[in-house]
Design a binder for this molecule. Sequence first.
Ligand code: NAD
Length: 355
Amino acid sequence: MPIVAAETLHQLTQAICAAAGSEPHEAELVADHLVAANLAGHDSHGVGMLPFYVRCLGEGILKVNQHAQVLREQGAILVLDGQRGFGQVIACEAMARGIALAAREGLALVALRNSFHIGRIGHWAEQCARAGYASVHFVNVIDHSPIVALHGAGEATLGTNPFCAALPSAESASVLLDMATSKVALGKIRVAANKGLPAPEGTLLDEAGEPTSDGSIMFPDHLGALIAMGEHKGSGLAFICELFAGALTGGRTMQPEHPRAGGAINNMLSIIIDPGAIDDRQRMLNETEAMIRLAKSARPRRGFEEVLLPGEPEQRRRAERSAKGVELDERSWADILAAARTAGVAEPALARIVG
Ligand code: NAD
């Protein structure tokens, strides 16, 4: 399997976006985001998305060089339209505006609608945490047929609707819970199917609503359904994400009458909180740090080596992959190179980047 340096993936992504018409800053933000997802261990949301993006650019359902358009700003509430632009630009702008608003108001509620795929949601919570803010994000995914079955359902009615929350701490990296509300993200089924591996047990239903491990049924058409995580509780959170992100933002939900052009439109409701507006900021940071120490000091259960906190697996992966490079399966790598050619990256430039 090819092991590719992060820098090579970054240059390749920039070249693909530039060939597709992106301004240099957009190409850089898309590359930063996708490569950071690979480094965090989430290949499902890394450079493996490029063939999908190139197809959507070709079909005009993803648009280059768009910016988050302000629809309303009232007190701590900001409503933005992403105009089907690259989510890596739109969400970055949305968070920057939200952070500025939270600095002024103590709290910001950012309702983002109609952005193309905003990728790994943790990236946006990290943007807030780096600036010193806690944040909560509810996301839904539309513009394609439903792929997630709620608890008790034999067929899909939702997308993989991620939920994310993070807060900074005094010494550790921020605590970051970032997850699809399906048992696994669709991209993980794709990565496994590309490697010829079965879908993890208990994650997938076939067309008849029966359990299956054949991930290929989800590509190119979604014939089966991913199962919502966490029985009735996780399933409830998936549904709440649909309503908070899809209905409350003024974006759209998975209703059949809404467009399903075969893209991935994300709506996101973000709450960005200035800890200093509530209490002494340093006290919150110290309390969080102390709680991290307490949680990690627990005696591990049989079968576990240690207690890991949300965000820790990604931090470890980042350290490992930054040093060693990103391992991609043959199929994903071939698809990315084919997408580069489709986007119009010239052969000499491609050879210079990938060697
Ligand atoms: P995951 O299951 O790998 O991790 C979910 C959470 O659990 C993370 O916070 C992680 O730090 C934590 N975690 C993982 N292993 C752990 C362990 N052993 N102990 C303690 N905590 C642990 O993530 P996922 O659900 O597969 O989601 C992958 C990514 O896909 C996320 O970044 C999500 O934002 C993204 N996503 C995006 C969209 C979209 O439409 N943009 C849709 C779905 C998912």
